[in-house]
Design a protein around this ligand. Structure first.
Ligand code: ADP
Ligand code: MG
Length: 481
């Protein structure tokens, strides 16, 4: 997100008023911070071994015209990243920068990476694993180091408001009595609202109180990959035993399990093993259990059998409190009027709020002063685009225009391929862009219940995995709305 803003602002010549040296400084600082965030994101996706081998020595050189240029130190690293981790890097960069059009260019430039090796895992993650008990099974976990928790995710730094009160209260109860209070605990909510932060806080706090506790945080993707490996290498027992040894399992982004029917059986067994032995399971997802498509009923009902709590977008007061707390942590000061202007401009996602705060505090440092109107100007494009509220009809009309289908047909019961495809694209975009409830989407496309929508969305999700045309079409439509 940060980069997008920088590009926009630079192209408007906004920074022309900056003294030249501070302009350079500003960009370098931004680059460093942004690279750090991208790398943090990558660390949640790849094993520490992979991270150390390929991502420790890359540097962010430039961003221009939506192309992010990354320097790496040799041809081998370049080839490996391009061949195997390109999507990981691109996905992380797009996510952190909030720019879906971003592309990557990887170049070999040892001089740009040797001295600036940006960030090592030890700087990012606590050495929580050192306090783990030395059992054989758990040594395995130590080996893969997948138990890493990010030490910055603590309860102290988690601001509580009406949007996350229930989830927070449940987290406290779980810390007091892991495995007994709410099991499983299922947290869901939109991107950047604090699910990972909250679940990792529980892990950190449990470990603080009981250093012997065996806590593991992993994303569902990592979990599934490991499961596949264990099936392929016929080490299923080790896999299950490893998880059985845990006291607390924190499983992030469970929505990725949708459509992976073959793996759900194995997942169910692992889940049950843990559950039946009273081990705490915390699951995070971007949607509630009943909206995860192609999820076996017995798994869904297990998820729903514990506590399901959502985290919503924070209100103004909570956003202000989050900003104040961040400033306190960084020992920085900004006038109240500036804090409010910022909290008013960014009203959905806390990750975006943090990005905007970073930008503003850098501005304030380089200029020596900042006012509320500077904030409005700095975030102007963002605030403006937020004001232009997109409505469902805009999306559906654009889809129909692009596919040359009559909107009436999309809402009708007609089932020809072209119409059904347009209808599914509409469903997908209404969810993706507006995060509408499935039942509301159903009404927009003239359907009665949410299951049709669920199937429609999952059809497009499946297509996206292999069909470039659908991906391009979606990009095209999004860019025109
Ligand atoms: P999610 O997992 O829901 O996408 P994250 O947990 O990664 O979101 O949160 C995004 C960012 O916002 C993180 O840097 C996190 O520390 C911060 N954040 C989220 N919720 C809160 C909160 N309630 N108080 C303070 N910071 C928060
Ligand atoms: Mg998350």
């Amino acid at each position: 997100m940060g980069f997008k803003i920088i590009i926009i602002i630079l192209s408007y010549g906004f920074f022309k008023s900056f003294p030249h040296s501070s302009r350079i400084n500003l960009l370098q600082m931004q680059k460093k911070e942004l690279l750090k965030t991208v790398l943090e994101n990558i660390q949640t996706k790849v094993s520490p071994q992979v991270y150390n081998a390929y991502f420790c020595d890359i540097n962010l050189l430039d961003i221009e015209n939506n192309i992010l240029t990354i320097a790496c130190k040799n041809a081998f690293t370049k080839q490996t990243i391009e061949g195997r981790y390109y999507q990981t890097l691109l996905g992380s960069a797009r996510k952190v920068l909030g720019n879906d059009n971003l592309e990557l260019e990887i170049i070999i430039k040892p001089s740009a990476v040797t001295s600036t090796s940006p960030i090592k895992p030890a700087q990012l993650f606590s050495t929580a694993t050192t306090s783990f008990q030395k059992s054989n099974n758990f040594d395995d976990i130590k080996k893969t180091q997948s138990a890493f928790l990010n030490p910055k995710y603590t309860l102290d730094s988690f601001i509580v408001g009406s949007s996350n009160q229930l989830a927070h209260a449940a987290a406290l109860a779980i810390i007091d009595s892991p495995g007994n209070a709410y099991n499983p605990f299922f947290i869901y909510g939109g991107v950047g609202l604090g699910k990972t932060h909250l679940m990792q806080s529980v892990g950190n706090e449990v470990l603080k109180r009981n250093p012997e506790a065996k806590v593991l945080y992993c994303t569902t993707e990592q979990f599934l990959n490991e499961m596949i490996q264990s099936i392929m290498k016929k080490t299923g027992m080790n896999f299950r035993e490893k998880y059985r040894a845990l006291d607390v399992l924190l499983l992030d982004d469970i929505q990725f399990i949708s459509n992976k029917e073959a793996l759900q059986e194995e997942f169910f067994n692992t889940f049950n093993t843990l559950y039946q032995s009273g081990k705490q399971i915390i699951i995070a997802s971007d949607r509630p259990p009943h909206e995860i498509s192609h999820l076996e009923d017995r798994i869904r009902s297990r998820f729903e059998g514990g506590l399901v709590a959502d985290i919503r977008s924070p209100n103004l007061e909570t956003r202000v409190a989050i900003i104040q707390n961040k400033l306190l942590e960084r020992n920085e000061f900004l006038p109240d009027s500036v804090i409010y202007a910022l909290a008013e401009s960014i009203d959905s996602n806390i990750r975006e709020l943090e990005g905007a705060l970073l930008k503003i505090s850098i501005f304030s440092k380089t200029q020596g002063t900042i006012t509320a109107s500077d904030v409005k100007q700095l975030l102007g494009d963002k605030a403006l685009s937020k004001r232009k509220k997109i409505n469902p009809l805009d999306i559906m009309s654009k889809v129909c225009e692009e596919l040359e289908i009559d909107l009436k047909d999309v809402k009708s019961s007609k089932r020809n391929y072209d119409i059904a495809y347009a209808r599914q694209i509409c469903m997908f975009l209404l969810k993706d862009m507006l995060n509408l409830q499935l039942i509301k989407i159903a009404r927009h496309v003239g359907r009665k219940d949410h299951t049709t929508v669920m199937h429609g969305i999952s059809k497009i999700e499946k297509l996206l995995e292999k069909d470039q045309d659908t991906a391009r079409l979606l990009q095209e439509i999004k860019s025109k709305i």
